[in-house]
Design a protein around this ligand. Sequence first.
Ligand SMILES: C[S@@+](CC[C@H](N)C(=O)[O-])C[C@H]1O[C@@H](n2cnc3c(N)ncnc32)[C@H](O)[C@@H]1O
Length: 268
Amino acid sequence: MGGTHRKPQRPAAALCREVARSVDAPPSLLPVFGELFRGMPNLGSQPRRVASMLERAGIGPRSRVLDLACGKGTLAITLARRFGCRVTGVDACTPFIDEASRAAGRAGVAGHVTFIESDLRVFVSRLKRRRDRFDAALMMGLWPLPVARRALRPLVKPRGLYVIDDVFRDERLTTQQPEFADIPARAESLSILEQDGDRVIDVDVLAPARLRALNKSLYRSLAANARLLRLKHPHLAPALLQFMGNQRFANRLLGRELRPAVWVVRRA
Ligand SMILES: C[S@@+](CC[C@H](N)C(=O)[O-])C[C@H]1O[C@@H](n2cnc3c(N)ncnc32)[C@H](O)[C@@H]1O
């Protein structure tokens, strides 16, 4: 059955900080996330490109897919529409999960997608204990690649797929810069993913020009929403300024020092 479920959370403040950090926002903006991200169905990932990668990898109507940190559920809904498969999306952000459920209804796939509001740390450990295994498990743009792999891999069947969207470091631009040392380069990412007999079967690295165009359009929407919020809630002006500064900083690095990539991995 489709629908929305809510699970008990760990201490609210820590989770709130983590959710806010995942979109480079100060936690004081959390109560207005619905308005801040209005009109933005994706928060960085590209559902149609990912769906095509999953189609090439064999996902179809009989598949069960898990999307961890599903945001507003656009990828989950795209997969359910395109393949007729069953998708479970999990995210801790209430306005995003609410929007995801409404969007699934509008798209006519409410019977195929289930959105669960939960802290992923709680959700993943429960799922591991239940030994419930999916044909594919995805994490687009949340945890660093090695952490995402450790969470996703045990949740998929043998020969199943896990998909991670994360940045790798451009070696030529970052050799002298210690602040990027913890981020794997492309070859390091590949060897992290290909441990234990797993195989990377597809990788999509966005061309810098396309990435800049995407980020420009996301930035424009955010700036317009932030302007409206500043008028409505003047006390949020400093937090909104900081938020927009964080977005500019991230956008300067993306496509240069940091290259976002979607990795499709077949589990051994
Ligand atoms: C950058 S967004 C990516 C959303 C989506 N995957 C996409 O590409 O559009 C990160 C998401 O992670 C969620 N998130 C962050 N920490 C979380 C946690 N501990 N548990 C559940 N969701 C979390 C946020 O609410 C947010 O929707």
